[in-house]
Design a protein around this ligand. Structure first.
Ligand code: MIC
Ligand code: SF4
Length: 646
């Protein structure tokens, strides 16, 4: 029987299960070739890495990007950047300086290699699946452990083949493909799966277009997405001056899949996600005419040379509508240099666009917060409530084509009504100027590491005891995102290296009193519906609740990265045996869980609600490896033990 691409990638990276989990059959352990971090998850990842006692990273390549918090409204960001730069040179990590671009775009351009594995402390790391990499997002600590040479484990994935038939019509884009997949599968539809793209439509898509699709696999909850490595991949790597990195990677003709779906590109039309979830997708023409206050072209989803070229050619000869602001953030310095050289940047400025630094920016509420109740149309990937920095803003997600057409008209506009087609010629070779990377010297820098006052020491967490009696401090519904648990935005993200300070904002979107209530209670339990913790990889969304005394979560289901982050923080993530039970619990109820150690072994917990006098059952569904981490009081304790036994 032939193999699909996912099986080939896993088989070539598979390592034996680590000692304490020999009998694992629900997890696959893989060797990690490359890692990436970004500044807002990186500081915590490196603070943890430092405590492992490793002298030099053990990966083939590790890159530390500074791309999120580059606004520097106070000393905190700049201090973090200094810390990251010093850590990089000390441990043999490539440092990508602020201004060099968004990690996922830059990694595609300069470092991604077909057939290799990549672990990144950012949920959109799967973008590199566009090159035929096994690219996975994880919490910072898991990335730190991979840098220390430890394998990474993923739940054994189901492989979903997405067959792309035909080719896109003019003004319909890769973004519309992935929005259509989201419409069909929803934000939970990818959990436990890897999407493998196939079919004749694949060869019509460029690498950045494939990147757009792989990027938003994160919004499906998928472990990752992969594309074949073909002629298009070869030409992209040649244009990047990296022809030697190319290998061909295809599924065997008799490969089988766990599930299959077909997307017909010929009949696809421009799509748009409505507030406040990326799967709330309809065709653009259904809401055409809605006034738009802001359009944003950028983010790791749509900020390539192609995206900017296509939108500039729609804007050329027009001006942004008086009531609409258009902001553009190129994805990388390469894109900025090339769009400047080719006059694309000029077209934006002539059309009245506001040009931002190559960074995440508005995508994560770092600048350009929209007005009260504003409609903001974005090419980014998440439209969660409050993410833009304005709670009442309504965020819509669409392609660069739709954003440019709407910016001119001042209302949401199907781009096909503005222009029948555009022809973009992608240059044969790109500007490959690596001067904003700092490459580590081979022997490692012995100089000290600068630590500003915002870099706080890590707290020590003790392991959970054999029983827990604690109050339900939050009772939440379905699809709670990490932006609800620990919001982003410039101000709060500046505190990512300072756990005590950032914890003051835990759940501030839902209930600003949470930190005070948690501190008063001393310990607590969270209750949530389906897909708890979807979105970001930020481990702070687990570390902050832990810091405030949360010892267990009981949910109907979890998002993959967040569930592992909870385990890593030593928080017990339980699952209701019957999802209806959630209705019988209220905030403020006192729950009692006894015989926790036995429960961990048997995967069976009896939870007594002492406030109502009722009892319900829960389980954890964790692997032996994860149980070991809970018993050790978190992954850092477990890893230190493992590394010292080596
Ligand atoms: C995001 O898009 O939410 C982020 C900001 O890139 C996060 C990482 C973070 O919270 O720092 C992600 O996607 O993992
Ligand atoms: Fe940056 Fe936004 Fe991409 Fe996250 S989703 S990496 S914040 S551009």
């Amino acid at each position: 029987m032939g193999k699909n691409i996912v099986q080939k990638l896993i088989d070539s990276h598979r390592v034996e299960a680590v000692q304490e989990s020999k009998s694992e059959d629900n997890e696959v352990f893989i060797r990690i070739d490359q890692t990436l971090t970004q500044d807002t998850t990186g500081t915590m990842a490196y603070l943890q890495f430092e405590t492992l006692g490793i002298n030099r990273v053990k990966t083939e390549l590790s890159v530390s990007y500074v791309d999120h918090n580059t606004l520097q409204v106070g000393f905190e960001n700049a201090d973090d950047h200094n810390f990251l730069q010093d850590i990089a040179s000390r441990y043999g990590i490539v440092f990508s300086r602020p201004g060099n671009g968004i990690c996922h775009q830059v990694h595609l351009e300069r470092f991604g290699v077909p057939g290799k594995s990549l672990l990144g402390s950012d949920s959109h790391t799967p973008t590199a699946g566009a090159l035929g990499m096994l690219a996975i997002g994880a919490g910072g600590l898991d990335v730190a452990l991979a840098m220390a040479g430890l394998p990474f484990s993923i739940p054994r994935p189901r492989v979903l083949k997405v067959e792309l038939r035909g080719r896109l019509s003019p003004m319909v884009s890769a973004k519309d493909i992935v929005l259509e997949v989201l419409r069909r599968l929803t934000v939970k539809g990818g959990v436990g799966k890897i999407l493998e793209y196939a079919g004749e439509g694949v060869s019509t898509l460029s690498i950045p277009q494939r990147g757009t699709i792989a990027n938003m696999g994160a919004e499906l909850g998928a472990t990752t997405s992969v594309f074949p490595s073909d002629e298009v991949t070869k030409r992209f790597l040649e244009a990047q001056g990296r022809a030697e990195d190319f290998i061909r990677l295809f599924a065997d003709s008799d490969a089988s899949y766990d599930e299959e779906m077909i997307v017909d590109l010929n009949t696809l039309e421009p799509m748009i996600a409505l507030p406040h979830m990326p799967d709330n997708v309809v065709p653009v023409h259904e809401i055409a005419g809605l006034p738009v206050d802001q359009c944003f072209i950028g983010s790791c989803t749509n900020s390539s040379y192609y995206d900017l070229a296509v939108s500039a050619s729609i804007l050329r000869g027009h001006h942004v509508a008086p009531q609409t602001s258009l902001v553009v953030a190129p994805g990388s310095r390469q894109v900025l240099l090339m769009t400047a050289r080719d006059g694309i940047l000029t077209s934006f400025v002539e059309a009245g666009a506001r040009i931002l630094e190559c960074a995440c920016g508005p995508c994560i509420g770092i600048g350009q917060a929209p007005a009260t109740n504003a409609v903001s149309l974005r090419t980014s990937n998440r439209n969660f409530e409050g993410r833009s920095g304005t709670k009442s803003a309504r965020l819509y997600l669409a392609s660069a084509e739709t954003a440019a057409a709407s910016a001119i008209a001042g209302v949401i506009t199907d781009p096909r009504t503005v222009k029948s087609h555009v022809t973009i010629s992608i240059p044969e070779s790109f500007i490959n100027d690596d001067s904003m990377f700092i490459f580590p010297s081979t022997e490692g820098e012995k100089a000290g590491i600068r630590r500003g006052p915002n870099i706080a020491p890590l707290p020590q967490f003790e392991a959970i005891g054999d029983e827990l009696r604690a109050e339900v401090l939050m009772h939440m519904g379905n699809n709670i995102t990490t932006d609800h648990i620990l919001p982003a935005g410039s101000r709060i993200m500046s505190l990512r290296s300072n756990l005590p300070a950032i914890s003051e904002y835990c759940f501030s979107v839902l209930d600003a009193d949470f930190p005070a209530r948690a501190r008063a209670a001393g310990s607590g339990i969270l209750v949530a519906g389906q897909n708890y913790g979807q979105g970001s990889s930020r481990e702070h969304a687990a570390l902050s609740p832990r810091f405030l005394g949360i010892r267990a979560v009981i949910a109907v289901s979890y998002a993959r990265i967040h569930r592992q982050n909870l385990v890593n923080a030593g928080i017990l993530p339980l699952i209701f045996d019957s999802s209806e039970e959630i209705q019988n619990i209220s905030q403020g109820d006192m729950l009692y869980i006894k015989n926790i150690h036995e429960g961990l072994r048997l995967d069976r917990f009896e939870v007594k609600n002492e406030s109502t006098g009722t009892t319900f059952m829960a389980h954890h569904g964790l692997s032996q490896r994860q149980i070991g981490i809970i018993l050790a009081g978190g992954a850092l304790n477990a890893a230190r033990r493992r590394l010292s036994n080596r």
